[in-house]
Design a protein around this ligand. Structure first.
Ligand code: GLU
Length: 467
């Protein structure tokens, strides 16, 4: 048997964190088992499905590093197939024509609810023998009236549903469009899907789908229902908890490696190991270590992992990814910027948790006319420090080399001249060069900026104090 999994999103919204994790679990399970991963877009809901969401889903998966082997299939292009299958069920007696109008069905629901009964369809047309000419009809599945549907979920274990909980589902509406529980069975079966891994919000659909498999005499796949993702307050993850759309994380400066790593660990564990490369995930992933209770989305852990990947991925990779964030801050990526980015990366990669944060930290390297941090300016760019800056400027202009020993010697000389500690000499210089009172090491800053920029910035600070 060749393992075949699928991710089957409805393009009625952006690819969110939960969907991305479902896709990842299906992908990892397929790859681990040398199988095939299928992408299928479930776009039968014409009203709510949008092309921009299809784009978002495809781009999100690509960004994350999930490649599909087959597809994307689009359900919209397969309508004839579903109709065929619906009529097949009709002719073998597993379905029937329902002539009740939507208004009648709604009325029946209302009455049932009022009488405290389950609001299911009352099966008026189930045994109807006549076929009123020209009247529109829906096709309903004939669910068994008694018995149980039992399946062994790969995560949740044995699950039993009693048939009297199940309704006679509409499988083809009177406008000839098929419904979800039906299309999903036709597709999963005809695409040869062996394992269905999906959110456990679908668990109630599974018995209905199993009955359709049986009626069509199709092989029933294995099911694995993954617990949902909750926020820290243990309610279902939503906008209230922060960004929920995958590509928002890209735009906030997260690394796809970090997201993949984080999403894999969200619900799945491998001892207490936290850091996994994609190859390692493929090697180690298995459904038996997916937990049964909801996973809690932990932003701090994601930030920690992101920082880890910023620190450890090859510098040229990080540099490439940093550039768009610099561009977004208004930096033109010219040769000079290209030259500086790898240098800037070295001190910043140890401290930045996201690329966006790194771009913020790096900005002053690329702009001589940055705004000063008000507090830093008030504290260090003072008339009392004018002498230090003046002396540094003269000494710096006279340096024949920018190496660290020369720089150190200069600072020490000024310390002696003004009888000050290193920090008292360095802080005004730091604010003059970076606008802030925290920056990478001062010698590193000077070296990266280069002679002209240093002179320009010290002069600017002196002017600022005099003004
Ligand atoms: N299209 C369904 C959804 O987006 C998923 C169907 C399934 O995985 O069975 O919720």
């Amino acid at each position: 048997m060749i393992v075949k999994t699928r991710f089957a999103p409805s393009p009625t919204g952006n690819l969110h964190i939960g969907g991305a994790r479902t896709a990842l679990f299906n992908y990892l399970f397929a790859k681990k088992n040398k199988g095939i991963f299928v992408l299928r877009i479930e776009d039968t809901d014409i009203e709510r499905s949008k092309e921009i969401y299809v784009e978002d889903i495809l781009n999100g998966l690509k960004w994350l590093g999930i490649e599909w082997d087959e597809g994307p299939y689009f359900q919209k292009e397969r309508m004839e197939i579903y109709r065929d299958y619906a009529y097949r069920l009709l002719s073998n007696g597993y379905a029937y024509r329902c002539y009740c109008t939507p208004e009648e069905v709604e009325e029946k629901r209302r009455v049932a609810l009022k009488e405290g009964k389950k609001p299911s369809y009352d099966r008026t047309c189930r045994d109807r023998k006549d076929h009123p000419e020209g009247r529109p009809y829906a096709i309903r599945f004939k669910a068994p009236l008694s018995g149980e549907v039992i399946f062994d979920d790969m995560i949740r274990g044995r699950i039993t549903f009693s048939c009297d909980e199940l309704d006679d589902l509409v499988i083809l509406r009177s406008d000839n469009t098929p419904t979800y529980n039906f299309t999903v069975v036709v597709d999963d079966a005809s695409m040869g899907i062996t394992h269905i891994i999906r959110g456990d919000d679908h668990i109630n659909n599974t018995p209905r789908q199993i009955l359709i498999y049986r009626a069509l005499d199709l092989e029933i796949p294995q099911f694995a229902h993954v617990p949902l993702i909750h926020g820290k307050d243990r309610t279902r993850l939503s906008k209230r908890h922060g960004a929920t759309s995958l590509l928002e994380y890209r735009d906030e400066g997260f690394m796809p490696e970090a997201l993949m790593n984080y999403l894999a660990r969200l619900g799945w564990a491998y001892g207490d190991q936290e850091v996994f490369s994609k190859e390692e995930l493929i090697d180690k992933f298995d459904l038996s270590h997916v937990g049964k209770s909801p996973s809690i989305f932990d932003m701090d852990k994601l930030l920690w992992l992101n920082g880890h990947y910023i620190k450890t991925l090859p510098e040229d990779v990080v540099a490439e990814r940093l550039k768009p964030f610099l561009a977004m801050k208004g930096i033109t990526i010219d040769d000079e910027v290209e030259r500086k980015v790898p240098l800037v990366l070295k001190p910043l990669k140890e401290r930045a948790k996201t690329l966006k944060e790194m771009a913020d930290m790096a900005l002053f390297f690329f702009q001589d006319d940055f705004p000063y941090d008000i507090k830093a300016k008030d504290k260090f760019l003072t008339p009392g420090n004018l002498g230090i800056l003046d002396s540094f400027l003269k000494g710096f202009e006279a340096l024949t080399s920018l190496n660290e020993t020369e720089q150190k010697r200069l600072i020490e000389r000024i310390m002696g001249e003004f009888n000050k500690k290193a920090v008292d000499v360095i802080q005004p210089i730091r604010v003059a060069l970076s606008g802030k009172d925290i920056s990478p090491g001062i010698f590193e800053v000077i070296t990266i900026l280069g002679r002209d920029a240093v002179i320009k910035r010290i002069k600017r600070a002196i002017d600022e104090i005099r003004a």
